[in-house]
Design a protein around this ligand. Structure first.
Ligand code: NAD
Length: 302
């Protein structure tokens, strides 16, 4: 069993760290939010009050934080964690970040004799809680094999996507698809409603027809069709719209850098931008149906 320093105990990181500890790994966690720290301690996790305490002697340091800026600050900033890690240990970043930032971390790790994997995930909060996440890993195949027992404690499917940074490329492609398809599915539900077609009936028919997709069948934006998805609990505690906006912007950035045209990706980013500006950035990304239905542009406090 490995000694793991786990940094970032948000919606995803908390259940991931808990699953690692349940699997028998020696997990030491850190999050700058005191409230989160208290919640972790209450759940029986070994909670450090400082980042250097959490990573001391760790075989693996895992980060699950909002953005690439946070990741680079943690590992490479003044007092960065990479300098505190032992040679031969491994840094695994599971946040969703820019491929260029991921490659920067790989390069810095190489210089210091520390293995690095970019290992973003798909599966959402429910997947994190159930330990059924999908990992998309960039880095060497040998490093992935070394990390496999740790990743398997948190996920069910582990893909080697390719070279350093390519795990993040896989994640950006996936979220580009998820963002666009959620808007498309919302439009179909809006049209169905206006044409007198029951939402459940529309879902049932299209799920086995050419329009079927994950956003329609497993994660519909209309409440009550699937129990326990964010739409059925007022769009709370899911994949926040501001994170979807962040990922769509990362995809746009990558498209510009690589000379790829992403017209629908650009439109999806603009719609999520409007939705977040209207005060809904914390709602799950499936709540975009409110914007499509015309009741999400203004809130009383926005
Ligand atoms: P979150 O905002 O709920 O949690 C982030 C946590 O990181 C917070 O608790 C914050 O206090 C902590 N943090 C910030 N700076 C830190 C630091 N320097 N050291 C340690 N902790 C720090 O976010 P989340 O929903 O858990 O998402 C985390 C990452 O995972 C993001 O990159 C997101 O895009 C990605 N992701 C999220 C989901 C999802 O469904 N929520 C799914 C897949 C991927």
């Amino acid at each position: 069993m490995a000694k793991v320093g786990f940094l970032g105990l948000g919606r995803m990181g908390f259940p991931m760290a808990r699953n690692l500890a349940t699997a028998g790994h020696d997990v030491h966690v850190y999050d700058p939010s005191e409230e989160v720290g208290r919640k972790a301690a209450k759940a029986g996790l070994k909670t450090a009050s400082r980042v250097d305490v959490a990573v001391e002697g760790a075989d693996f340091v895992i980060t699950m934080v909002p953005t690439g800026r946070h990741v680079l600050e943690i590992f490479l900033g003044d007092d960065g964690v990479l300098a505190k890690m032992a040679k031969g240990s491994m840094a695994i970043d599971s946040s969703t970040i820019d491929t260029a930032d991921a490659r920067r971390l790989h390069a810095a790790g190489r210089e210091r004799g520390i293995a690095v994997l970019d290992a973003p995930v798909s599966g959402g909060v429910m997947g994190a809680e159930a330990g059924t996440l999908t990992f998309m890993v960039g880095g060497s195949a040998e490093d992935l094999e070394r990390a496999r027992p740790v990743l398997e404690a948190m996920g069910r499917r582990i893909f080697h996507a390719g070279e350093p940074g390519v795990g993040q490329a896989a994640k950006l492609c996936n979220n580009l698809l998820a963002g666009i398809s959620m808007i498309a599915v919302s439009e179909a539900f809006a049209l169905a409603r206006h044409l007198g077609l029951d939402a459940r009936k529309m879902q049932e028919i299209s799920a086995v027809s050419t329009g079927g997709c994950f956003s329609l069948t497993n994660y519909p934006p209309v409440p009550g069709l699937v129990p326990n998805v964010p739409s059925s609990r007022e769009y709370r505690n899911g994949f926040a719209s501001q994170l979807m906006l962040k990922d769509l912007k990362l995809a746009q950035q990558a498209a510009i850098q690589s000379g790829t045209a992403l017209p629908l990706g650009g439109l999806a980013a603009a719609l999520y931008g409007m939705f977040c500006q209207a005060g809904h950035s914390e709602l799950d990304y499936s709540a975009i149906i409110k914007l499509i239905e015309g009741d999400g542009v203004r809130t009383s406090d926005a």
